[in-house]
Design a protein around this ligand. Structure first.
Ligand code: ADP
Length: 264
């Protein structure tokens, strides 16, 4: 690990310190989504008006499992990811990851659930413009305190895994769209999440870059039994993830499709 890689300047204050990193949790992960429904309240100016978005969604992911969710715009895909990721409580039903219900505790418990167990990749990479690629990968560690040597080494390894070791010092503006999204993938994997949630992660990429980013997500997320859910409208991307389920009008259809083959 090179010295001085974590810059301290007005735009990107990331501090490195010595200390241990406990590494990924060792238990096998399971995701259970049981009869989740969601209706947004106050969607219109009519008092008491609610907008039903998800109806009775049930799914289960086993250790190392990956799933693509497809569906038309407005069918509730992002809402479902937000509920699974501890960002938005369901109206009814239950989510459990490794047996933990993110909505059973207070806001701090929910924040800890997201930080320790879930990695997010969005269509917009949301990289910090004033920070290098390596500094951006390290960002999730800041929520847990300072950046230890072990975290710094893991961040550099992840950048290497996504093919950007030689770009560690580059600012996002100096990277292509595909490279920026690969930085976002490395950032999502930094804390060894048990579950990676990707919302249209390749929506702004050409088909070649989309394939490369998807393959990285599948490979890296499943290491050590981690799980992956990718929301996408691209059949080619969904086929690379393996199992596909379709969300239509808030209902998750039963039929699963493997390797892009036709639904039974
Ligand atoms: P998708 O990801 O499939 O495009 P979304 O989950 O983003 O669908 O949205 C599903 C429906 O819920 C849409 O009609 C959207 O307008 C509505 N919606 C999403 N978020 C909110 C919110 N915070 N408040 C009210 N309505 C919302």
């Amino acid at each position: 690990m090179r010295r001085g890689v974590f810059r301290r300047d007005a735009r990107c204050r990331i501090v490195q310190e010595r200390g241990g990193f406990r590494g990924p949790p060792t238990e096998a992960s399971v995701l259970e989504v049981d009869a989740v429904s969601k209706a947004y309240e106050g969607s219109t100016s009519e008092p008491g008006d609610t907008l039903p978005v998800l109806a009775d969604v049930t799914l289960r992911l086993e250790p190392g499992g990956s799933l693509a969710i497809m569906g038309p715009s407005g069918s509730g895909k992002s809402t479902l990811l937000s509920i699974i990721g501890g960002l938005e409580p369901p109206t009814s039903g239950r989510v459990r990851l490794d047996g933990i219900d993110p909505y059973a505790g207070d806001d701090a418990a929910r924040a800890a659930f997201r930080n320790r167990r879930v990695g997010f990749v969005f269509q917009e990479h949301h990289l910090l413009a004033g920070c290098t690629a390596l500094d951006n990968v390290v960002v999730p560690a800041l929520a847990r305190g300072r950046v230890t040597n072990a975290i710094a080494v893991r961040a550099a390894r992840l950048l290497d895994r996504v093919g950007l070791a030689s770009r560690a010092d580059h600012l996002p503006a100096a990277l292509s769209g595909g490279e920026r999204q690969r930085v976002a993938v490395a950032r999502a994997l930094l804390m060894s999440p048990r579950l990676v949630l990707a919302d249209e992660p390749t929506g702004q990429l050409d088909s070649r870059a989309a394939a490369a980013v998807t393959d990285l997500l599948v490979e890296l997320a499943s290491e050590s039994g981690g799980m992956l859910i990718v929301v996408t409208h691209a059949e080619a991307v969904a086929a690379r993830v393996g199992t596909i389920r379709r969300l239509v009008d808030g209902r998750l259809l039963d039929g699963t499709v493997r390797d892009g083959g036709p639904a039974p």
